[in-house]
Design a protein around this ligand. Sequence first.
Ligand SMILES: [Zn+2]
Length: 270
Amino acid sequence: MKCTEFKECVCEIIDHRLSKERTDELMQHAHLCPHCGFEFRAMQATKEIVHSKLQRSSVPSDVYYSIINATLNSSNSSWFTRLFGFRLNPALAFVAIAVVVVGIYSFFLPAKNGMPEDANIISQSVKNYQAVIGGSIKPQLVSSEDGVRSFLAKAVSFDVNVPKMKGCSSCAAVLSDFNGIKLAHVVYQVDGKDIIYIYQASMNDAMDGKTIGLPDEVRDELKKTDWYVREMSDSTTLVIWRYKNTLCSAVSSMKKEKMIALLTEKDLKE
Ligand SMILES: [Zn+2]
């Protein structure tokens, strides 16, 4: 038997897709030929690794973000083109879905009020942040903060909050509708690398909890202090706060101190 014949069949052997006779014949070669024997053991080990990884219960989010960052930083085109100009990379989409399925739910607070998970504003914010990073949410407008504010303000009934951030290099707007509720989304790129995503909805919609809502603990905290801050296990930070009649929910990989400073910059100047 020639080595090429063995190499063409090695995957079939490992996947047990050949008859016993054919397998024995091929394996006889692998026992005699050190090259093919090595190839067989290497392929088998790879398959075992893949299997054991797939059975593990979680894909760490930091792996996801490091893949994203490597992808984003690998090209010289503008950040927004890189983020939004291409179709979602299927490999990243897969990782994103894996993170959402196995990773994200673990850091949501249990909603004791029986609210469905997809109505949870925290869940929506985190998923949208990941979709922005992964490129599956595309901006409808890229402009100055004022341009973004007036674009969004025309479509929603609540006050849109687009703080002017120090070091902001791009600002983008997205409008969406969740079961009849209008939502506004603002995305910033800061210092050429960090991304801040802000989900915005009417405070009344968020607090009545009929279509969108918050876990009870978060709602209570907001009622008391107008703020809720949480550093999540995947090194992202969640900041929820009241702005006039608007609920804002921001997600970023920044540390909470820096994030809060940026989010409140405009308020301090007013
Ligand atoms: Zn061989």
